[in-house]
Design a protein around this ligand. Structure first.
Ligand SMILES: *[C@@H]1O[C@H](CO)[C@@H](O)[C@H](O)[C@H]1NC(C)=O
Ligand SMILES: *[C@@H]1O[C@H](CO)[C@@H](O)[C@H](O)[C@H]1NC(C)=O
Ligand SMILES: *[C@@H]1O[C@H](CO)[C@@H](O)[C@H](O)[C@H]1NC(C)=O
Ligand SMILES: *[C@@H]1O[C@H](CO)[C@@H](O)[C@H](O)[C@H]1NC(C)=O
Length: 414
């Protein structure tokens, strides 16, 4: 298929002072196609959306533009929301839609909906209606405490009813599946279609905030209940996302016991904290990197200074590696807009709450998200300058072919 390959000679501008200007040839081979992209995104969960909502109307608009506007902001196309499991809204808790046990797994549910969901309804509605975002990933960090072996939505514990998790109160798998469906129904009623649902977050970590343990086998036990529950609720198009493990290799290990639900899995999701996405996971499903951040580093707005963990160029490269080497169809940074002095977010709310400060991590996301849109297909490349990370994407829509070369921050549309 040689006629599908074409050559582009580029004068590649230097990004870092130690890379000299050079001419280089990159070959794009449209006969080699890889994954289809779903997009780039972030989250405003754990009451971060409340922080944006508390700003002046002008700053609210600016914050939303920075995240979702394809002209003046990052043009993010995926929003990851947290499905609450906590009994209250104290601290940064995500409150549950059923804070108290209805009495048992087969009792009539007692859902409560405040229509606000820690301002996540507002951010989601804006993203959908103002900016045209169509991919919403709703993810539960845990089931409510009364559905778990430790009777607490925090500090680990497992869902009652999955293998090895028996509880005096009974098997809560169906009740938890119904609960997730109910949460999505509330969003549907305000005009936001949740497209992906997750029931775990870092199931390999026990921590003092909402957390629920799960092995791959236990996740499969629940997926066998969740999939038919979604289908019965006419949510046949909603994809199950699993399992948001803390790192790439721990997600890989979980998949070993999930072969029986491969056909029910929509997307395999994993984070980048304990190991980075550098190799494909063993699955036929699409793969998303759903949480990464420099959690501790002191706030920086630098593009490149000394390869610090929060610098923009590093994040542009990390995304490239996840897409090219780990077959990722989506890449999500942890938090979009938030106050505070660490790099856990892309945009910082100033301490006096009167301005927003964008990091170059935001513009690294922008370089990807504005150029590589949902539905684009990655195609083969070879060549390019030494040390450069090159990738190219084919946009099928309208017969246009989008070509994007990442770490050089060079984009060509043909
Ligand atoms: C996005 O930003 C551009 C440029 O500032 C502005 O004209 C446009 O109205 C914004 N789009 C939306 C949907 O707000
Ligand atoms: C699902 O859709 C069918 C056909 O439109 C309808 O009859 C049924 O009531 C719906 N079920 C639910 C749970 O919404
Ligand atoms: C990459 O992901 C796609 C699904 O998006 C899958 O079909 C393909 O087999 C994966 N490739 C590798 C090398 O894992
Ligand atoms: C890409 O990143 C560079 C470096 O920060 C920035 O100047 C440029 O505006 C970004 N482009 C887009 C489309 O975000």
């Amino acid at each position: 298929m040689a006629h599908l390959a074409f050559l582009i000679a580029l004068a590649v501008p230097s990004l870092c002072s130690f890379i000299p200007r050079q001419a280089s040839t990159i070959t794009v081979d449209l006969s080699k196609t890889y994954q289809t992209m779903d997009g780039f995104g972030t989250s405003e969960t754990f009451q971060r959306a409340n922080q944006i909502h508390a700003l002046s109307p002008e700053l609210q608009r600016y914050a939303l533009d920075l995240l979702f506007n394809q002209t003046s902001g990052a043009g993010l196309s995926i929003l990851r929301n947290g499905i609450g499991s906590s009994p209250d809204s104290s601290s940064d808790h995500m409150v549950s839609i059923q804070p108290k046990s209805p009495g048992g797994p087969s009792a009539t549910p007692k859902y409560v909906w405040d229509g606000n969901d820690n301002s996540q309804v507002w951010v989601s509605t804006e993203a959908a209606k103002t900016y045209g975002v169509t991919t919403f990933y709703a993810d539960a960090w845990s089931a409510p405490g009364y559905m778990k072996t430790n009777n607490n939505d925090a500090n680990g514990g497992s869902l009652c009813g999955v293998s090895g998790a028996t509880c005096a109160s009974g098997d809560w798998r169906q009740a938890y599946a119904d609960y997730l469906v109910q949460y999505m129904s509330y969003y549907k009623s305000v005009g936001v279609d949740i497209t992906h649902v997750g029931f775990l977050n870092e199931p390999d970590l026990t921590t003092s905030y909402a957390s629920m343990r799960s092995s791959g086998q236990q996740a499969a036990d629940f997926i066998k209940v969740l999939r038919p529950t979604l289908d019965r609720a006419n949510m046949t198009g909603v994809k199950i996302a699993c399992c948001d493990a803390e790192g790439w290799s721990s997600q890989g290990s979980m998949l070993g016991a999930m072969g029986s639900v491969e056909g029910m899995l929509g997307v395999v999701t994993a984070h980048s904290y304990t190991s980075q996405p550098t190799t494909p996971l063993s699955t036929k499903s699409r793969v998303w990197q759903t949480e990464a951040a420099d959690l501790q580093g002191a706030w920086t707005t630098s593009w490149y200074t000394n390869s610090g963990a929060g610098e923009g160029l590093l994040w542009a490269q990390k995304i490239s590696d996840a897409v090219v080497h780990a077959n990722c169809s989506a890449y999500l940074y942890w938090i979009g807009v938030q106050s505070g002095a660490t790099n856990s977010k892309l945009v910082r709310i100033s301490d006096d709450k009167k301005s927003l400060i964008s990091s170059k991590r935001l513009w690294a996301m922008a370089n990807w998200s504005r150029g590589v849109r949902p539905g684009d297909v990655r195609v083969g490349t070879s060549g390019g300058p030494q040390g450069g990370r090159v990738s190219a994407f084919w946009r099928k829509e309208g017969g246009r072919r989008g070509l994007r070369i990442t770490s050089m921050m060079l984009r060509m549309w043909m």
